[in-house]
Ligand binder design. Sequence first.
Ligand SMILES: NC(=O)c1ccc[n+]([C@@H]2O[C@H](COP(=O)([O-])OP(=O)(O)OC[C@H]3O[C@@H](n4cnc5c(N)ncnc54)[C@H](OP(=O)(O)O)[C@@H]3O)[C@@H](O)[C@H]2O)c1
Length: 325
Amino acid sequence: MNIAVTGSTGFIGQNLVPELLRKGHKVRVLVRDSSKKIPWEEVEKVQGSFHSPESMKEFVDGIEAIVHCAGAIRAIKMDDFIRGNYTSTKNLVDAINQFKPPVFKKFIYLSSQSAQGPSKELTPRRVEQPPEPVSWYGKSKLMAENYIVNHLEYPYIILRLATVYGPGDRETLRFFKYVKNGIFPMPNGDKYLNMVYVKDVVKFIIAFLEMENLIRNKIYFVSDPEYHSLSEVIESIKSLLGKRTVIKISIPEAIFKPALKLSELAAKISGKPTIANSDKARELSEKYWIGDPTRTFRETGLRTDYNLMEGLFETLQWYKANRWL
Ligand SMILES: NC(=O)c1ccc[n+]([C@@H]2O[C@H](COP(=O)([O-])OP(=O)(O)OC[C@H]3O[C@@H](n4cnc5c(N)ncnc54)[C@H](OP(=O)(O)O)[C@@H]3O)[C@@H](O)[C@H]2O)c1
């Protein structure tokens, strides 16, 4: 299949593209002026940007499917989320509608659990429930979803991903570092969350791409079957690292909110987008980041292969081999 991938330089893209190539697909990637170096010889690199549909004409030309991984997780100001998640998706959708690649079959969008929002209690939120994002990041992902649903003239699948971890992920690396150092800061105390290993995310994306009887125009929550407490995640990493004691420090809102505001200010001064901003504070204030993937498994027949311990084990091997830890 001829598949175009945005955001190939990111954590998920870096895991997705080699697997697409290994499975014999032809891959085209979008290269923006700011993109990091594309490490694969055999992919077709197309220069473009998300500024307008016209700037993506060559990118969508003759393509059979698009996996839209690009998105803004880090920001300096709230507007960055709207531009990086909503406007970029809108322009890409408009480009597909405008240039109508003749053999185009499917559009896969990597959305986020943040778009559906947290639960109020220990009952996992279902995709069918009305979304209630609490952050600008989540709102911008939901705006992008809505644009796809209401405007794309071709079949789509929207994957609302739980927290993704695995080789190349710098966010979960922090968890490993905290445990290694023996002190784990927990903003707003313990929480509950869904996680999913990046190889399972890649497996789901490729399965949707290759599916003959196309499941179309659906939104799926992609996660491990089980949700976890943050303490359980810490315990798992602790046992993998052979660490005997880890002190968990609960940080009240009155401390972490101003701290993240300061980090945001530092990002504004340095001009370097950060994940540690006041938008993140809104997400960290929530206790139950739990969703229900049952419908995904039932309707697609797909299952995740990795449980938390297996995924964390492989991730640790990768961190060690690449001297990240
Ligand atoms: N990682 C997770 O835990 C997680 C969870 C849920 C959902 N997601 C979603 O999955 C997608 C991929 O996540 P990831 O972890 O791979 O993210 P990532 O490592 O930050 O990579 C995202 C890629 O998107 C492009 N990009 C960054 N900022 C952008 C902007 N302002 N406008 C347009 N493109 C921009 C960049 O690629 P180029 O410079 O090459 O264009 C970047 O490499 C994102 O849409 C994210 O929202 C991720």
